[in-house]
Design a binder for this molecule. Structure first.
Ligand SMILES: NC(=O)c1ccc[n+]([C@@H]2O[C@H](COP(=O)([O-])OP(=O)(O)OC[C@H]3O[C@@H](n4cnc5c(N)ncnc54)[C@H](OP(=O)(O)O)[C@@H]3O)[C@@H](O)[C@H]2O)c1
Length: 344
């Protein structure tokens, strides 16, 4: 018998992250590598310089494996999932511009893409799938009582989304529904997480994702009118933590809201002005009657402990400055955060 000290260490746990080059995906990859996982990271183009930063992450040389995969291409997904005990599905476009062809730009990548991921998980005998949904799949429900906090039983009303041409919300709602239905029917352990508006520092060096562009717009200003909506916000690092916590702790077919600070956009702007008085902040804001207060107790009960918004904002601004995104030039607000009626 070999002495105990000669026993080789067990192989690392192996998981896959789709959309690994994205804002949330990349922070999740970093977290998983730091916890000793071997990570299969899917990107659409491994040779694109925008994905090079992934290879520089700590532990990447030994434990990160990049896979070229598109959510429309089932075979590329099964290849990436092979040998993985779990999958985190973050790959969905978050549109920056007005959606022209909702089916092609939003519905297909979210719904068909998630369906392919689900089937590929079954084919590759993946044990657990965590789907990154959104509060977009929670918020848009006009029937929800005004005086009741939204919790995981609240779903966006798909007809209401369609009537208001809110294609991102419709797509996220449908994709999350499909994931939970598939889980029930096929016995796959699926958990969904619904993050709020995500800010935080960037790992990416050449790209700014859509939600970060909203914060940059607040700083630089520009011609677009912003909705003064009451909005939940969360730090990207806390989203990554939440995804790993639910992976380890949550039961099958569970849904988790992932939101920390909740405030009017105007209060967020005031907080930014206090912290950074020298930026432009020159844009218009229009009040809209939309309060979407929600509870994150379910996730906190699993041990999730998010950081303070001030830290999120400070770390976001620091990385925007370092990447050269803050230039005092007016910019554009991504379409989904604009006040469309007032402008079109
Ligand atoms: N940011 C937020 O405020 C927020 C809030 C709630 C939920 N979410 C959800 O979080 C997830 C990630 O969002 P994010 O903010 O990290 O956005 P992101 O930085 O734009 O990342 C999205 C990723 O999806 C990938 N992707 C898009 N279409 C694809 C396709 N057909 N096949 C494979 N990959 C594809 C993109 O890959 P390429 O690099 O190849 O384009 C990109 O890496 C999304 O599901 C989003 O709905 C985001």
């Amino acid at each position: 018998m070999q002495p105990a000290e000669m026993t080789p260490p067990p192989p690392p746990r192996r998981v896959c992250v789709t959309g690994a080059g994205g804002f949330i995906g990349s922070w999740l990859v970093k977290l998983l590598l730091s916890r000793g996982y071997a990570v299969h990271a899917t990107v659409r183009d491994p040779d694109d310089p925008k994905n090079a930063f992934l290879k520089q992450l700590d532990e990447a040389p030994g434990n990160l494996h990049l896979f070229k995969a598109d959510v429309f291409d089932y075979d590329t997904l099964t290849a990436a999932f092979a040998g993985c005990e779990g999958v985190f599905h973050a790959a969905t476009p978050v549109p920056e511009h007005k959606t022209v062809d909702p089916e092609k730009e939003m519905m297909a990548p979210a719904v068909k893409g998630t369906t392919n991921v689900l089937k590929a998980c079954s084919a590759a005998s993946v044990r657990k799938l965590v789907v990154v949904s959104s509060i977009a799949a929670v918020c848009f429900n006009p029937s929800w009582p005004h005086d009741r906090l939204r919790d995981e039983t609240c779903w966006s009303d798909k007809e209401f989304c369609r009537e208001n041409e809110n294609w991102y919300c419709l797509a996220k709602t449908e994709a999350e529904e499909i994931a939970l239905e598939y889980a029930e029917k096929n016995g796959l352990h699926v958990v969904t997480v619904c993050p709020a508006l995500v800010f935080g520092p960037l790992l990416q060096t050449v790209l700014l994702n859509t939600s970060s562009k909203a914060l940059l717009y607040i700083m630089n200003g520009g011609p677009d009118i912003m909705n003064n909506k009451f909005f939940p916000i969360v730090d990207v690092r806390d989203v990554a933590d939440a995804l790993l916590i639910v992976y380890d702790e949550a039961g099958p077919s569970e849904r988790y809201i992932c939101a920390q600070d909740q405030m009017d956009m105007k209060d967020l702007v005031d907080l930014m002005k206090n912290m950074y008085p020298n930026y432009s902040y020159s844009f218009k804001m229009v009040d809209v009657d939309m309060r979407v207060e929600m509870t994150t107790e379910k996730l906190k009960n699993l041990g999730w402990s998010p950081r303070k918004l001030e830290e999120t904002l400070a770390d976001s601004v620091e990385t925007y400055k370092k990447a050269g995104f803050v230039d005092d030039e007016p910019c554009r607000l991504p379409h989904i955060y604009r006040m469309p009626d007032a402008q079109e």
